[in-house]
Design a protein around this ligand. Structure first.
Ligand code: UT7
Length: 349
């Protein structure tokens, strides 16, 4: 041991032994969904909409709604405990916790700090939230990969969690029909000689010219909470659906292609796309551009709607536990949301 290595620093030995050639792999998945199911028919009772319109324009049939009193951190904790259990680890093994969310329990502290305490993580385990909206899980996975490949961390918990039902305008049929609540989590750890899985590539990006297309205007420093803001519903989600739709088709295709190029794979080598679940028509258009039919996509938006940063880890967890995804298969993740921030990853399971 050199004088610069602290004997109690769990990552120092890893840095020494691994170097940059160490890979990162997903070693456990978990998810949590609220029990309440709100169908399109339920919405059509109070809103000028129909099951036919929502299904044909989006592919969504229902969404889950968190119980009164349940918080973002509650869903995140339950999903994390399942992911840790699947990985054979406990909270004390973690070196970093990344929570991707736009619906934190509170502006301060981070939801990651709350999870850190609830999971019994060590005080030398870092924890922070990432605000990249629906793209957040890809951002978190990219961070986890970089930390593990560089040897700075051994085990990173990445959580995508959203409680969107509390920030949508339930009188705006253009947005409220789309979103749902839920959480998904993965534990990322180092590859070893026996492991088949590995995060092979990651790519991220932003088109900041589209920040107004999906936004919450009030509640931050630009317009602090006020009675006027609430009366005008400026504290709730606003979206220009068509702008986001066009951006999604373009950038999901582009960012997916960047990840594929990075690891030298072609679309026909991808067994499953596990995409952000926003709109069936977006996914069909992206599939056409990439040359991957929707029959090779893991889809659950019919049941859960758009759960933002949680949608990829929820779909992944269900497909892994259901035996749909098998060791050695190649997966492509891709997501886009407010920002507009987008990302992708290619994973060998
Ligand atoms: O997670 C990433 C963030 N979000 C997304 O990726 C969403 C991207 N955008 C979309 O998915 C689609 O743009 C929507 C599903 C939001 C909307 O579909 P669209 O085909 O772009 O519809 P539109 O906004 O052009 O609206 C068409 C019509 C309008 O009526 P008029 O003006 O033609 O009379 C809307 O008022 O449909 C109306 N409409 C509805 N009708 C019944 C909008 N929402 C509804 C509704 N039910 N829920």
């Amino acid at each position: 041991m050199t004088s610069t290595q602290h004997p109690q620093d769990p990552t120092s030995a890893l840095r020494h032994e691994a170097g940059a050639s160490r890979g990162a792999r997903i070693i456990g998945t978990g998810s949590d969904l609220p029990e309440e199911i709100r169908t399109n028919f339920d919405l059509a009772r109070t809103l000028d909409t129909s099951d036919e319109w929502i299904r044909s324009r989006t592919g969504i049939g229902a969404r889950r709604i968190a119980a009164k009193g349940d918080k973002t951190s509650d869903m995140a904790r339950r999903a994390s405990q399942r992911a840790l259990e699947a990985s054979g680890l406990t909270g004390r093994d973690l070196d970093m916790i990344v929570v991707a969310t736009v619906t934190p329990d509170r502006p301060l502290p981070s939801t990651a700090s709350l999870i850190h305490h609830q999971l019994g993580a060590r005080t030398d385990c870092a924890a922070f939230d990432v605000a990249a909206a629906c793209g957040g899980f890809c951002y978190g996975l990219t961070l986890a990969r970089a930390q593990i490949e560089s040897g700075l961390a051994r085990y990173v918990l990445v959580i995508g969690v959203e409680l969107l039902s509390r920030i949508v305008d339930w009188t705006d049929r253009g947005t409220c029909v789309l979103f749902g609540d839920g959480a998904g989590a993965v534990v990322v750890g180092p590859t070893d000689a026996s492991s088949t899985g590995r995060v092979l590539a990651t790519a991220l990006g932003v088109d900041g010219s589209l920040t107004e297309s999906l936004t919450i205007v009030a509640g931050g420093s630009e317009e602090p909470p006020s009675d006027e803001a609430i009366a005008a519903k400026r504290h709730l989600v606003r979206m220009n659906g068509q702008e986001v739709f066009k951006a999604a088709v373009r950038y999901l295709s582009e960012v997916s292609a960047r990840s594929l190029t990075q690891c030298g794979l072609t679309p026909d080598q991808i067994d499953w796309v596990v995409p952000h679940q926003a709109n069936q028509r977006i996914l069909e258009a992206v599939g056409d551009r990439l040359g991957i039919p929707t029959s090779r996509m893991v889809l659950n938006l019919e049941r859960y709607g758009n759960t933002s940063s949680a949608s990829i880890p929820i779909a992944l967890d269900e497909a892994v536990r259901g035996g749909v995804i098998k060791p050695g298969q190649h997966l492509l993740f891709c997501a886009l949301g407010a920002g507009v921030a987008f990302g992708s990853a290619v994973v060998r399971w």
